[in-house]
Ligand binder design. Structure first.
Ligand code: KG4
Ligand code: ZN
Length: 366
């Protein structure tokens, strides 16, 4: 393992894998203390709203239009020029490939022009390590990553040491929220709309929805059956759903999702403990981790299992560039720079041979 660097590492991070265009400058101090110097983010949500989902071509164009300006503003806010950086990190996958190419190409160009190391960051690694930027979380921990594109349980043992324990066999959980919200006429993005509607429910127990995968071994997830169940229950109503019907159904849906996620996470925890008996922490990240009903369910699980729960603040739970810069800085501290011909990847499982070949653990963070 490379020796701990004796000075701070300042890294520019770029994120363009989905519908957020973002640039941030983050510093890693010796020993691992994080400092976020600047961050700029443009959410394309209004551009995709008419389509009730992310349109790849619109996303790629918007990244292209905005990234330059955002990067310049982040560098200006950090009061740095490119020559003062120690590295340039960009999401190189997985994600919508047009957007990933925009960000990765920009990152490589800046790195090459400034003569700095380039760090190709796996977007999932950004989420996995974000809790170490916001909460100085030590390895190992179990990560529940719940977003519009992902639903996974990962054992995180060190930088570059990730083991996927379970994943969705169909929809990601955020996608399920978005689809259910569309069925209920609640708007986009669906997660916050369902959470708000559930709070208005008059009879949250009125609809009984299935708990997908309950009782099955392992910790894979499934959500498409739940969405179909919502559709069938709505069709069974005599009249088109009223706002009260939608609110009651939103509450039932949210309850079923929180239940299912918690049950699968319990199984994942047992699997993780077989490898890491001293595991003491659960981290939840991704846009869906903002859901308060889910958080309460995870808090209960952690209380029962003797675990600490970490959920990064909302803006670092959803897609952002600070987590990419931070993952880049953690890699740089271990001497793990990437070649400039690193090819962007639409698919890139976190647990790929390339990741596991470069192992490094670090128990130093408090
Ligand atoms: O992580 P994220 O911002 O973007 C990616 O998908 O990468 O996650 C967005 C997803 C959307 O599907 C959105 O509906 C969901 O997170 N979401 C929520 C909540 N806020 C956002 N789902 C449930 N409850 C919420 N409060
Ligand atoms: Zn994400």
């Amino acid at each position: 393992m490379t020796a701990e660097p004796d000075g701070p590492l300042t890294v520019l991070g770029i994120e363009t894998s989905c519908d957020e265009t973002a640039a941030a400058v983050v510093r890693r101090h010796p020993g691992g203390a994080p400092e976020i110097l600047a961050e700029e983010l443009f959410s394309q949500i209004d551009e995709h709203r008419p389509y009730a989902g992310v349109v790849p071509e619109i996303a790629a164009r918007a990244h292209l239009d905005r990234l330059d300006g955002l990067t310049g503003r982040a560098m200006a806010a950090a009061d740095l020029d490119f020559g003062a950086l120690d590295g340039v990190a960009a999401t190189a996958g997985p994600g919508l490939i047009g957007g990933v190419m925009v960000g990765a190409t920009m990152g490589k160009a800046i790195a090459a022009a400034a003569g700095k190391p380039f760090l190709a960051v796996n977007h999932l690694e950004g989420h996995a390590l974000s809790a170490r930027m916001t909460g100085r979380v030590a390895f190992p921990f179990l990560l529940l990553l719940v977003s519009g594109g992902h639903c996974q349980l990962l054992l995180v043992q060190g930088v570059g040491r990730y083991r996927q324990l379970g994943t969705t066999v169909d929809d990601a959980v955020g996608e399920a929220f978005d689809k259910a919200a569309r069925l209920l006429g609640l708007g986009y993005p669906g997660g916050p709309a369902i959470e708000a509607a559930a709070e208005r429910a008059r009879d949250p127990d009125r609809f009984d929805l299935p708990r997908p995968m309950r009782g099955r071994p392992g910790c894979d997830f499934s959500f498409s059956g739940l969405k179909t169940a919502v559709l069938h229950r709505l069709r069974a109503l005599e009249t088109p759903p009223t706002p009260d019907d939608a609110a009651d159904m939103a509450a039932a849906f949210q309850e079923a999702v929180a239940d299912a996620l918690t049950e699968r996470t319990g199984n994942g925890l047992r699997m993780a403990r077989e490898r890491e008996p001293a595991l003491r922490r659960l981290v939840a990240a991704g846009g869906v981790a903002a859901n308060r009903r889910l958080r309460r369910a995870l808090e209960d699980l952690c209380a029962r299992e003797g675990l600490d729960l970490s959920v990064p603040p909302q803006r670092y739970c959803t897609d952002n560039a600070a987590m990419i810069a931070w993952a880049g800085a953690e890699r740089l501290a271990l001497g793990l720079a990437s070649p400039l011909d690193f090819a962007p990847r639409p698919r890139w499982p976190l647990e790929s041979p390339e990741d596991s070949a470069r192992t490094a653990s670090d128990e130093s963070a408090a």
